[in-house]
Design a binder for this molecule. Structure first.
Ligand SMILES: Nc1ncnc2c1ncn2[C@@H]1O[C@H](COP(=O)(O)OP(=O)(O)OP(=O)(O)O)[C@@H](O)[C@H]1O
Ligand SMILES: O=C(O)C1=C[C@@H](O)[C@@H](O)[C@H](O)C1
Ligand SMILES: [Mg+2]
Length: 166
């Protein structure tokens, strides 16, 4: 069982905070985007372009299932990994942490978003749509929700560790 599973939209800080939290707890860190890249042998953006989003989501689901079964450290999920109902079911009972971020901070953090295939055309409007559509799912899955706007990673990691009783 993972010590923490971080979910949230692009730019919420899943990868940044995941690494820091794993260091703080002295456990391993895993990120499903990196796992998918390792299996596919190419970056997420190339998988989207060459194989399509549907193929990416299949690889992502397999990565989520494997990581939830095997990994006992901190796990960061890709932003859209929670979209599939079968992934939502797998997350039940896990210490899921929702990293909440507002549009302004998220846009600032993802910048021009060249490595984020879903945000290439108009990052602000794409992010807005995606965040609105996913918010209810993130909220429903979370056992702990952390507001990240304007707050430093180090402080957020303390709050997550405390909130999980870790
Ligand atoms: N609390 C924060 N305050 C300021 N900047 C942050 C914060 N958290 C993350 N960042 C910065 O925002 C950018 C995006 O963070 P990160 O890659 O961790 O997001 P993510 O949720 O993993 O995104 P994705 O879904 O695309 O993988 C990075 O440059 C990171 O340094
Ligand atoms: O929010 C999303 O749907 C995505 C987020 C990233 O972590 C990657 O998994 C990919 O760019 C898709
Ligand atoms: Mg990430």
């Amino acid at each position: 069982m993972s010590r923490a599973v971080l979910i949230g939209p692009p730019g919420s800080g899943k990868s940044t905070l995941g690494r820091l939290l794993a260091d703080k707890l002295g456990v391993g860190y895993r990120d499903t985007d990196a796992d998918v890249e390792a299996v596919a042998g190419k970056p997420v953006s190339d998988i989207f372009i060459e194989d399509g989003e549907e193929r990416f989501r299949e690889l992502e689901f397999a990565a989520v299932r494997a990581a939830l079964a095997e990994h006992d450290g901190v796990l960061s999920l890709g932003g859209g990994a929670i979209l599939r109902e079968d992934a939502q079911e797998l997350l039940a009972g896990h210490p899921v942490v929702y990293l909440q971020v507002g549009l302004t901070d998220a846009v600032q953090r993802v910048g021009l978003a060249s490595a984020r295939p879903l945000l290439v055309l108009n990052p602000r409007s794409q992010l807005k749509k995606l965040m609105e559509a996913r918010r209810p799912i993130y909220e429903r899955l979370a056992v702990l929700t952390v507001a990240t706007d304007g707050r430093e990673p180090a402080e957020l990691v303390e709050e997550i560790a405390k909130g999980l009783g870790a």
